[in-house]
Ligand binder design. Structure first.
Ligand code: SF4
Length: 225
């Protein structure tokens, strides 16, 4: 098997295959105009993302389990940047109006950091959103967008990415949020009409939006939903 055989000899087959998918994804994203980074661990990714945030920057945080799980939110707070974090505000008991103001602030942030529901090996980002400001801020407004994704978010192509967003990410988010939707019980999208439906908007970012510096950070760990 030549060179491939020697690589397989050095690495576990799983890691080898995962790295191939990471490399495919990074190359495709780059072809689509994105700046790309890869970090093997969440700890290294936190340091890398902190390096993308200038002193005194206004930072918007998308509703993302990934960012919390990897410790990035705590690291940003410790650094003392101005954080627009509607999740934390909600937990602190902020009013609906205050939370809405924070959501709006995402659109004007210097750096908007978020996760993604899927990143494809063909170089697209796929997301489903209920309110919409997370996907809106990924497309236009912030001075810079940084998207962080664990390897579990990689899908083969756009079709699989759309499937993942509806049948993996959304049901898990529904399970977490208890909106009374069928997917929170079945684990699959039923294309529901429940009042608490969390899927209002689906976005596909095919290429870097023209006016926005945009970095996609892949992390060699499973993160988020
Ligand atoms: S459309 Fe409804 S059932 Fe499907 S993932 Fe969204 S909330 Fe769940």
């Amino acid at each position: 098997m030549g060179q491939s055989g020697s690589v397989i000899g050095l690495l576990e087959a799983r890691e080898w295959h995962e790295m191939l998918r990471v490399e495919n994804t990074l190359s495709a994203l780059e072809r689509n105009g994105f700046d790309v980074r890869y970090y093997p661990t969440a700890e290294e990714a936190v340091a890398g993302v902190l390096g993308m945030v200038p002193e005194g920057a206004a930072v918007g945080l998308g509703g993302s389990v990934t960012l919390r799980e990897m410790g990035l939110v705590d690291a940003l707070e410790a650094r003392g940047v101005e954080l627009a974090d509607h999740w934390k505000a909600g937990q602190r008991g902020a009013s609906k109006e205050e939370v809405m103001e924070i959501r709006r602030a995402h659109l004007n942030s210097d750096v908007f950091i978020t996760g993604t529901n899927a990143v494809t090996e063909t170089g697209e980002l796929v997301n489903i959103d209920g309110t919409g400001q997370r996907v809106a801020a990924m497309i236009f407004g912030p001075g810079r967008v940084v998207v962080v994704a664990g390897v579990n978010k990689i899908t083969g192509d756009l079709e699989e990415g759309l499937w993942r967003a509806s049948n993996v990410a959304a049901p898990m988010n529904a399970r977490r949020l208890h909106p009374g939707t069928p997917c929170a019980e079945t684990g699959e999208c039923e294309d529901c009409v429940a009042p608490g439906r969390i899927c209002s908007v689906t976005t596909i970012i095919h290429r870097r939006p023209r006016q926005t510096p945009f970095t996609v950070v892949l992390v060699g760990e499973r993160l988020g939903y």
